[in-house]
Design a binder for this molecule. Sequence first.
Ligand code: AMP
Length: 202
Amino acid sequence: MSEALNVPHVASGDLFREHLKNETELGQEASAYMERGELVPDSITIAMVRERLSERDCDEGVVLDGFPRTVSQADALQSVLAAQGRSVALVAYLEVAKETLLERLSGRWICARDGQTYHLPLRPPKVPGRCDICNGALHQRPDDVPEVQARRIEVYMEQTSPLIAYYEDQGLLVKIDGDRGIEDVESAILEAIQRIELGQVP
Ligand code: AMP
């Protein structure tokens, strides 16, 4: 999506992991929540994303990933954007069965160097254990272990799923069947983006 729109991909989880890697105070504070699969408190998350959105490369828009995850975050996003004369254009809701989600999390491998994501067996790297792009070593996320996976899904149901109605009420939600292969899901999202670019409702 980020490539298609030529705007940055801003993922709150990536921002937290970057802080962790750089051993910042924010990273240390966030890690206790991340390890347990809990959400990092709204105040910390909102401040971090707000700062990222104020950077120059975000001027033409961004693809947000993993944010907002609570109604307060969505309200904060709306005010931050409104203050800059902008607004949310589209919210892609990928509907995926729980079993599929668990399979995807369990098979996920990430490049430690550039963050590229792979999946065994769905999207394997060309050389086992190595990133196709930068040859960095692949690893599994510590919060992709089964106990934490289950908690993350519970947290999603409790705190994030209310956003479906929130964005549906605003006419911004596009439901996409995410329980398909990578290419099919990708083209469905790109079609939704094209409709927005053509000025049609999502
Ligand atoms: P993700 O990479 O999106 O799966 O996020 C990994 C972890 O980072 C989550 O399980 C949370 O602990 C934390 N996190 C990421 N985004 C948010 C957010 N928007 N609000 C609160 N915590 C978040």
